[in-house]
Design a protein around this ligand. Sequence first.
Ligand SMILES: Cc1cc2nc3c(=O)[nH]c(=O)nc-3n(C[C@H](O)[C@H](O)[C@H](O)COP(=O)(O)OP(=O)(O)OC[C@H]3O[C@@H](n4cnc5c(N)ncnc54)[C@H](O)[C@@H]3O)c2cc1C
Length: 523
Amino acid sequence: MSKTSHLFEHILTHYRGLFATFVLLPVSALYGAYTTVRNLMVFQLRSAPVKHEQRVQKVIRQIEDWKKNGCTEKLCTARSGWKSMSELVPKYKLSHRKIDVGMFDILEIFEQRGTVKVEPLATMGQISRNLIAKGWTLAVLPELDDLTVGGLVMGFGIESSSHKYGLFQFICASFDLVTADGQCLHCSPSEHADLYYLIPWSHGTLGFLVAAELKIIPAKKFIRVHYQPVYSLDNIVDVFEAASRKTGENDFVEGLVYSRDMAVIMRGNFTNSIGTDGPLNAIGRWYKPWFYKHVQTYLKNGQAGVEYIPLRHYYHRHTRSYFWTMEDIIPFGNQPIFRSLLGWALPPRIELLKYTETETTRKLREKFHVVQDMLVPIQYLKQAIQYFNDHFNLYPIWLSPMAIFDNNRHLGFVHPLPKKDGTVDEMYVDIGAYGTPLKTNFDNTSALPLLEKFVMDHQGYQALYAKTTLSREDFRTMFDHSGYDKLREQLPFCTQAFDEVYDKISSKGRVSPVEMRKLENKS
Ligand SMILES: Cc1cc2nc3c(=O)[nH]c(=O)nc-3n(C[C@H](O)[C@H](O)[C@H](O)COP(=O)(O)OP(=O)(O)OC[C@H]3O[C@@H](n4cnc5c(N)ncnc54)[C@H](O)[C@@H]3O)c2cc1C
């Protein structure tokens, strides 16, 4: 390594906060401005919902070419792996044949049916802006602007309305999928139902998603948020579970746990007017405190409270601080002076954060840093908080209730938990742990496998954008593969074209950013 690269590595490793502030933020802002302009131009030039069919044909043609060439390589989408919302980078992008699924349009709003038809590269930011302007919103709108429909369908997606509407997959009325034999299949509960139920979590291993129809609901201007501080583990569980099960009463439910015995449980409702019981708080403005810091003040004051938050500010309340991971990147980022001067530039872009990882920060991340979402039946919430407290001591913890609906046919990778009496409990909770645990002698290389075992023992699931150490066998136990295996055999060319999910999401398919840079330089 040359002296200059040594120096660069030293700065990236030991002055990461300053580097992020003075280099990554301005570059992110410039890059953000560039991509906005480029996307607008590309959008102006290429956006044409009426040309959707031609774009589908283009995907089909690429598959026909692959067949003509003897189906020698496996296939994946052409989207850069650096853009994926994960701390890892897909290695298979280097070896697989890339299929350009450049489809980013909002195709049509069907007000009567209460759905919107979109292409897979449409993002949450694009859809929410477009829909809200027309008085609509997605029933489940995951947090970050850059999350794509394709990623949320093929991976997983959740928001604080998921107790009512379920995971992102459950707001999908239908999918259009181009399979490995070059057919475009329309999949819904009544057409190609096996495929419809197995597309979510399949990570593009059954075909290429070219459109999805998503459930929309009427939007209102504000969310009235009720903040309830609670001061014991039993109370955290009781208040959170009661709020989550009142699906008719609460449009949104979320919990932020600040220690084993302290949390703030939030209930939100759509409204068009600001009541007299609380102030308007535009929490998304650049100079405002990071949301989780603001929520914590209710614990300190010891009193419940109400606020009215503008709709898009509510949806993106954790974006500026990437939940609370920004504290590890820019430790002084929530200081009032920093927010006033540079708060508008937050957050730095995920791909830049990944691209500037060094060998030293990789080692530190792998050993001491945790980014995991674990989905467990809500009946095990108490044990789960206790587990995270004892084995991680990492706060805050994010609690987002979510339904996994029973499709009565036991189809799909995830199923709700049957109780001892045979009834089914569809209510789960996503427990998000992000940051550096304070547990003495913590080492994630041993803590993660134990956590995965805890989740499996409690009939839970792991979000697959995050790192997993599950063996193939355990992975197949956690996620039901019975229908998937059959379908892959039945669909022509499927096994020739696509890896299994495990091969894409485990260490076989994904590597650290540092390793990916090395591989890219070699190739
Ligand atoms: C900081 C951070 C915050 C996050 N916050 C949230 C959150 O608030 N809520 C939430 O639900 N999730 C969140 N996530 C996780 C996120 O939901 C997942 O990463 C999800 O998979 C979407 O990511 P993506 O759009 O980058 O998709 P990608 O990672 O690009 O894609 C995911 C998978 O889908 C496949 N795929 C994508 N498009 C297609 C297609 N057209 N055809 C076939 N296969 C396709 C890809 O090959 C890949 O296997 C967060 C992640 C991070 C790192």
